[in-house]
Every structure is written in structure tokens, then in C-alpha cells.
Design a protein around this ligand. Structure first.
Ligand SMILES: [Mg+2]
Length: 290
């Protein structure tokens, strides 16, 4: 196979490795370049994805080709999508973009890092939602207001609300929810503002988890909420064990918000971007289809 062909069809290089991972045969191997996977080898029944940076560009709808591939994958396996975003974001970015013929009954949607689960039964509906109490919400909002002043972030232009209450997660966005991408990129390139805000909020909110989210945001949840937590809830609900799951994400590295899934022992495929996810999906479909 010549170099040009390898570049044009990178998934072909990985197909044998993917098939080993997905179908449960052969020896573990790490692909050179491109997608990298960790693996013990079992037949996979569920393929889980991160949303932003993996299936879709940040806050954008999935492409038509990604939607078609998800539809195809649902013919052979269950599919789960887990992200820090709330249900309305999943609805716009993902669910409404899937082919109408897709097997929605095999799809698991896990908003707010798996503290919520949505399933389709004639219509999309929540199966569970673990939300903050009213007292917790008030305490968090008051702390954010005080921390913004203490960190001297109160005197700047913002676009939309700075605080978004997602039920089980409250997110502070330095420039507001509707800030343009350019302004967001320029706001905190060295993480200094977010780190200061994180340290201040951690001091003010003992017992809660305060983490850097996106380029301008801080996420506040109860302790111990990460994607591994969400995947455990998924295993509990679906009856599918970790060994029969495969996870694809763009942040499977120490400090990345997909890393906990790898640490929990689920087989993972680290992708660089949306294009690489599609490549991996082609290989997974080729291995799973009868
Ligand atoms: Mg991501």
C-alpha cells in the first residue's frame, strides 16, 4: 500500500487493530500515529463518544456524514454520547441531526457529565437527573458573584448570562454564554484568570468540585462527578459492562476531561478531531457489521 493511499484512507491501516479491539481477537497493539487506543479485548456492544471536539466542533451541529455514520453504527451496536452540556445542547447539536430512520432505542444521551440520562421511547425523555438542591444553588451563585469581584473580572464586556444553571452543574463563563469565539480565545490564553477563579471558588465552596471547563468557563458540580462517574451510571442503567464498551474522545490525556474514562478501565480510542472520529467510526462499523 503506497504512502498516498495510506494518507487518503488512514482507517485502512488501523482496521486490523480496530477489529481486534472491537471483535475481541488478536493481540493488543498501539496504532502508530493517528488514533491511539488502549485495550483489553472483548466483543463491544456499546460505543460511547464525547461530544465537543469528538463528534462535533465546539457547540456546532454534527455534520451530515457524522450523522449518517452514527445511524449506521446504531444498526450494530448501542451508542452513548456524554458531555458537560445540558440536554437542549444535545438536542440541537446531535439528536435533531440524526437520520430519522436511526435506531433511537439504542441511543443513550448523558448530559451534564452523566448526572442525567435521556432515552427515546416514542419521544425523548429523562430517565434520571441528579440536581443541586435549592440551598446549594443559592450558595454557588453567591460564591460566583463574590469570586468575580475578588478576581477583578467584574468590569469587562460580556455577551449573555455569565452563570448557567444546568441542574446538576453550574457553569461560570467569563465572557457570558454568547461570547464570540475570537473574544473567547483571546480572554485567557495562559489560563491565569480561570486558575485564579478556580482557586477562589474552591476556597469559597468546600465540599464541591470546581474545575476548568472550556476556554472561558469554570464548572461546579458535586464531588466525584466526572465522565467515569457518568459511564458507571450508564453501565448500571444499561446492564452493559465496561468490558463491552468502547469510548472515543479528544481529551484522553492527563488533565483532559475524558481521561477519567481511560482510568476507569474502559477501552478508549483517543482522537485528535472530528475527522479522525469519523475515520475510527468507519473502522468500527467495518468490524462490527456481520
Ligand atoms: Mg471534547
Amino acid at each position: 500500500m503506497g504512502r498516498r493511499r495510506l494518507q487518503r484512507e488512514p482507517w485502512r491501516i488501523l482496521q486490523k487493530d480496530f477489529c481486534s479491539l472491537v471483535r475481541g481477537a488478536g493481540k493488543p497493539r498501539r496504532a502508530r500515529g493517528g488514533c491511539a487506543f488502549s485495550g483489553k479485548f472483548h466483543m463491544k456492544r456499546l460505543v460511547a463518544f464525547d461530544l465537543d471536539g469528538t463528534l462535533a466542533e465546539s457547540k456546532q451541529a454534527i455534520s451530515g456524514s457524522t450523522g449518517a455514520l452514527l445511524g449506521k453504527l446504531l444498526e450494530f451496536a448501542c451508542v452513548a454520547v456524554i458531555s458537560g452540556g445540558d440536554w437542549p445542547q444535545f438536542e440541537t447539536q446531535l439528536v435533531s441531526q440524526l437520520p430519522s430512520s436511526a435506531a433511537f432505542d439504542r441511543l443513550f444521551i448523558l448530559p451534564t457529565t452523566g448526572t442525567k440520562l435521556y432515552r427515546f421511547a416514542g419521544a425523548w425523555q429523562p430517565v434520571f437527573a441528579e440536581v443541586f438542591s435549592q440551598e446549594e444553588r443559592i450558595r454557588i451563585r453567591q460564591a460566583i458573584v463574590a469570586a468575580v469581584v475578588e478576581c477583578e473580572l467584574h468590569d469587562q464586556r460580556t455577551w449573555g448570562e455569565q452563570v448557567e444553571d444546568r441542574g446538576s452543574q453550574i457553569t461560570f463563563s467569563g465572557l457570558g454564554q454568547q461570547a464570540p469565539l475570537e473574544a473567547k480565545k483571546a480572554w485567557d490564553p495562559d489560563f491565569a484568570k480561570r486558575k485564579r477563579m478556580q482557586a477562589t471558588l474552591r476556597r469559597m465552596l468546600p465540599g464541591l468540585s470546581v474545575n476548568v471547563g472550556g476556554s472561558t468557563s469554570i464548572d461546579i458540580t458535586r464531588e466525584g462527578i466526572d465522565k467515569a462517574y457518568g459511564m458507571r451510571k450508564l453501565a448500571e442503567h444499561s446492564g452493559i459492562p465496561f468490558a463491552a464498551m468502547l469510548f472515543l474522545g479528544d481529551a484522553i490525556f492527563p488533565g483532559g476531561n475524558d481521561y477519567s474514562v481511560f482510568e476507569a478501565g474502559i477501552d478508549t480510542i483517543a482522537v485528535r478531531d472530528v475527522g479522525e472520529t469519523r475515520t475510527a467510526m468507519l473502522a468500527i462499523i467495518a468490524c462490527l457489521q456481520p
